[in-house]
Write a protein that binds this ligand. Structure first.
Ligand SMILES: [Zn+2]
Length: 315
């Protein structure tokens, strides 16, 4: 997990929660004529591939060897197959907002190890390691800024912090960010990348599902506007709560989005899953998403949707 570019290749075992899909291995249902989906399926939760040095890396989707600098210049979108790599939280903020407009809020909120949870080491140690590595207290970054001049309250789940899992702090910050949107009459925009609820916090993490939905309901009742952008991967309790109840639900291309993982579902149902199952394009077909938006046009699209809802320059 030290390399955010390779982060989506596997969910760390410490974020496994019921139904978050982390227990799933690579799928085995590749079909002829479905090469892309097949490749995507194989990579979902496969082990990291060892690549020599730090200059090159292999695309998770098409296995092309990519010059790391080139990938970074393309905002971490594969030049060969358009696969959208998971973005580190702060890169997402920088890519989304107008330069110089970001004001971070509530960064001082830090999680508590109420259960003294241990699983291959203590929760406290894992928090400290992630916090030191990333310079933030928990997985959610939230604050205010502007997207092409439109005022927003922005929340970004950082997958590289314990798999973007949702505990008390993530839930509280989502609630605070929606309150900010409500009181300052800003659009609420949230990007998700998550393994689901944070098992280290037990029932308190599950409670955040209800809490975040209630916060969005308050925003909605006050006439506010919310957009969620689901990115690769968005699973478990995050999919099943605030991510799905925003006014508009967008996704990046090829993102894995689901509650339980495909292998659990296939085993439970005892049948082969359809091609492209739990990918953005599949969910779009089934009416679960409002739009699939590429990273390169995300800012323009968000601005257009905010205008559509609130009128240009709501301030
Ligand atoms: Zn690729």
């Amino acid at each position: 997990m030290s390399d955010p570019l390779e982060a989506p290749g596997e969910l760390p075992p410490d974020v496994a929660a019921p139904g978050n899909g982390a227990e799933n291995g690579p799928e085995s249902r590749d079909g002829a004529g479905q090469k892309r989906e097949g490749r995507l399926a194989r990579l979902r939760f496969s082990k990291k591939r060892d690549m020599p040095g730090g200059l090159w890396l292999k695309c998770e989707s098409c296995a092309s060897v990519i010059f790391r600098k080139e990938l970074e210049q393309k905002d971490r979108v594969c030049p060969s197959c358009d696969f959208h790599f998971t973005l580190p939280g702060r890169e997402r903020v920088a890519l989304t907002l107008d330069p110089g407009t970001w004001v971070e809020h509530y960064s001082e909120l830090a999680p508590l190890d109420r259960l003294k949870f241990r699983e291959k080491g203590s929760y406290q140690d894992k928090l400290a390691a992630a916090s030191n590595r990333l310079g933030q207290q928990d997985a959610l970054l939230c604050g205010t800024g502007e997207i092409l001049g439109r005022r927003v309250a922005l929340a970004v789940l950082d997958f590289s912090f314990l798999g973007g899992s949702m505990g008390e702090v993530v839930g509280e910050k989502i609630a605070l960010a929606t309150d900010l949107a409500r009181s300052e009459k800003r659009a609420f925009v949230v990007f998700t990348a998550s393994g689901g609820a944070r098992m280290h916090e037990g029932a308190l993490s599950l409670m955040q599902m209800a809490k975040t939905c209630a916060a969005l309901a308050r925003l909605n009742a006050a006439g506010g506007f919310s957009i969620c952008v689901m990115t690769h991967p968005t699973t478990g309790g995050v999919t099943a709560s605030f991510a799905s109840v925003c006014d508009l639900v967008l996704a990046e291309p090829g993102a894995l989005i689901g509650f339980a993982g495909p292998r659990v579902i296939a085993t439970t149902l005892r049948q082969e899953l359809p091609s492209g199952f739990q990918r953005s394009e599949f969910l779009m077909q089934k009416g679960m998403l409002d739009a699939i938006v590429s990273r390169g046009t995300m800012r323009q699209e968000l601005a257009r949707l905010i205008d559509y809802s609130l009128g240009p320059r709501a301030d």
